[in-house]
Design a protein around this ligand. Structure first.
Ligand code: B12
Length: 230
């Protein structure tokens, strides 16, 4: 039962269908539930937000990436799927965010300069909020100097950097370099993530941690948080 609705969410992410009025990539789908209706139905059935994210949204986006690589999908198709994921995350957010608890720490999130991919960063931000962190999201395409200034001003314990392009992964290194030059590198733990990045890459650019997905991001930040001495 849960598998069925998760498969439908995944399929409709691939189709880029937010509501039942949307056409989607293939024809003849108008009238069938889109991701919004399906996500609400899944929650009503007791399916966890975690499963919706992992097995519906993330798996769907992986297929979208493969179709783009195979030139079966173009930019507008990827954008439609991105919109579908965003719509589901809006529905899930209240289920993932805890309120009225003392924050465990503060984290600044940003997608690095030159990179407009923000779905993964947004999911990580929501999950970190849900885990009890205060998150300040700077957005995407963020210049290293803007990040340095934000670290100086906000004094977060953590900085999360996201990049999905081979070219912009290197901007993470530039950002860490800018933190060093700005004299604030030792004030924050830097965690990175995004397709193409890895534990090894994180180490090679001098980051403190790496998360393959939003759930691992929370585990890594929690681990660094318990070992911090301030
Ligand atoms: C959606 C999408 C887009 C959308 C983005 C919309 C948006 N608002 O984000 C649009 C259409 C704008 C787009 C544009 C482009 N894209 Co694009 N895109 C994708 C796609 C299909 C999905 C990305 C996504 O949202 N995944 C779902 C989320 C949930 O996963 P995620 O981002 O990986 O995030 C998770 C983890 O990585 C991790 N994580 C992410 N960030 C962080 C941060 C921290 C701190 C931590 C701990 C963890 C973490 O946790 C997240 C949650 O689980 C990928 C394919 C793919 N397989 O990734 C291509 C992909 C990334 N794009 C690609 C390309 C080439 C482009 C363009 C250059 C295309 C073009 N010719 O213009 C442009 C670049 C624009 C730019 N300058 O940024 C390539 C990159 C290839 C490469 N190696 O460089 C990919 C891999 C597609 C492909 N297979 O060719 N894209």
């Amino acid at each position: 039962m849960a598998e069925d609705i998760l498969a439908l969410i995944k399929e409709n992410v691939i189709q880029g269908r937010v509501t039942r009025d949307d056409e989607g990539f293939d024809e003849g789908l108008v009238g069938q539930a889109g991701v919004s209706e399906l996500a609400k139905e899944a929650l009503a059935q007791g399916v966890s937000s975690q499963d919706i994210i992992k097995l519906g949204l993330s798996e769907g986006m992986d297929i979208v990436g493969q179709k783009f690589e195979a030139k079966k999908y173009y930019l507008p198709d990827m954008l439609a799927s991105a919109k579908a994921v965003g719509a589901v995350m809006e529905i899930l957010e209240p289920y993932l965010t805890r309120s009225n608890i003392k924050p465990k720490g503060k984290i600044i999130m940003a997608t690095v300069k030159g990179d407009f991919h923000d779905i993964g960063k947004n999911i990580v931000s929501i999950l970190l909020r849900g885990a009890g962190y205060m998150v300040k999201d700077l957005g995407n395409d963020i210049d290293p100097q803007v990040i340095v200034a934000a670290v100086r001003e906000e004094k977060p314990q953590f900085l999360g950097l996201s990049a999905l392009l081979t070219s912009t992964m290197l901007r993470m290194k530039d950002t860490i370099q800018a933190l060093t030059e700005g004299g604030v590198r030792d004030k924050v733990k830097v965690i990175i993530g995004g397709v193409g990045t890895s534990e090894e890459f994180a180490q090679s650019i001098g980051a403190d941690g790496y998360g393959a997905d939003g759930f691992q991001a929370v585990r890594v930040v929690d681990k660094l948080n318990t070992s911090r001495k301030d």
